[in-house]
Design a protein around this ligand. Sequence first.
Ligand code: FAD
Length: 439
Amino acid sequence: MQLHGWGRYPRIDSEQLEPASIEFVQAIINDKGFRDSVIPRGGGRSYGDSALARNVISTRFLDSFLQFNEEHGTIRCGAGVTIEHLLRVAIPKGYFAPVLPGTRFVTIGGAIAADIHGKNHQRDGSFCDHIERFSLLLASGEVLECSREENVEAFVATCGGMGLTGIVLEASLKLEKVPSITIRRESLVSANLGECIELIEKHQASKYSVAWLDCQAKGEMLGRSVLHLAEHEECGSQEFRKRWGPTVPFSTPAFLLNKYSTKLFNNALYSLRKKTAGVKIVNYDSYFFPLDNIKHWNRVFGRKGFMQYQLVVPTDSAKVALTEILKLVADSGKGLVVSVLKKFGESNENLLSFPSAGYTLTLDFKNEPTVFALLDRLDQIVLAHGGKLYLAKDARMSENVFKNSYNNWEKFVEIKNALDPDCKFASLQSKRIGLTSQV
Ligand SMILES: Cc1cc2nc3c(=O)[nH]c(=O)nc-3n(C[C@H](O)[C@H](O)[C@H](O)COP(=O)(O)OP(=O)(O)OC[C@H]3O[C@@H](n4cnc5c(N)ncnc54)[C@H](O)[C@@H]3O)c2cc1C
């Protein structure tokens, strides 16, 4: 079957196995003489090619809850449990996920493999900072229990390791006790990037913080944005919500997405968000997962798909670097929809984790031949400022860019080679960026 990530680019003919139990996953790893590389896959919400290989083992059916210690808020579950499942169990007990991505369809396995971040990285760190332990199936068929005390090297390489060390089977996560899941959102408008950064700095104590930027605005308005700060309401709902809105039934014809339509769209979205400025009480799902209510929204970008480009640059150079980047993007007219700007706190010990102290920006681009040269230019700005790109969003970064920005890649390879000496686990991405060999 043809497989792709959320960005629908690239695509690969792949054999996907979907074992329904840990024993089956083990049997596959032990018995199957894979002729080519194999990679685990969760919800398929990474944008590029990190969950793509000739052989894919989906862990989405490892979706059982094994233990919930209500007193301590720790939960042990299968790697295929999604954030949505997790919230369904945690919310009625007064708990919440300590880190939430922008979609509820990410699995625990995928969240560990990308060490995902939320809108509260500055305060609460990334997903793996709340993981107590997990079991990891190695290429040899052996299962390792990994934590900060046991098999520590496997732990720091697997957290953020994009599925290259083995298959996470089960994990224990510490949940967060919250007064309610009703969100008090305050929206602040800024006329340009400088103002936006000032606002983010001023409101660093806020629990959640995310700015929506108009990436097509130019000149004085470059980087104009609406910052959404949020806190949990003291008295509010403890009720899990599952909502579905419309579906995008087919891919939008690519020609409809052009310089003019995206400018109009960016303008409209910015104006809409500006209109809703001020304080509002909102549901947690509309704050954290604004796009989830439209099924298959990734089809809007046409049959050839799209790429999300997510970078982080250190705080000191953020204004200069982001100004350069936004100028290039606005002049090219290629930036799609509204972009997201967040501030990260300090990095953790995990070797390939993305978050590090500074500002992170996401930009979407339609997959078209001319966009690659633009992204190469953006890479150079990111590198020049000591930044890096997020592997979970990447579909085209070069080996050179990767190795010059991820300082711990050699240490990672050393551990990977010890855990997987025959390099059974590899993805299209790991081959492209030189983490595993091309063959
Ligand atoms: C709309 C949207 C919003 C997003 N917002 C955010 C955000 O705010 N913050 C953020 O950090 N990310 C965000 N992401 C990216 C997403 O969180 C990551 O790509 C995540 O890894 C996807 O998890 P998944 O279960 O879909 O895994 P997949 O996409 O299937 O796989 C991703 C990686 O995890 C590995 N993997 C999956 N399961 C296992 C397993 N059991 N054992 C070992 N490795 C495994 C795969 O090999 C692959 O390398 C967003 C994605 C979308 C589509």
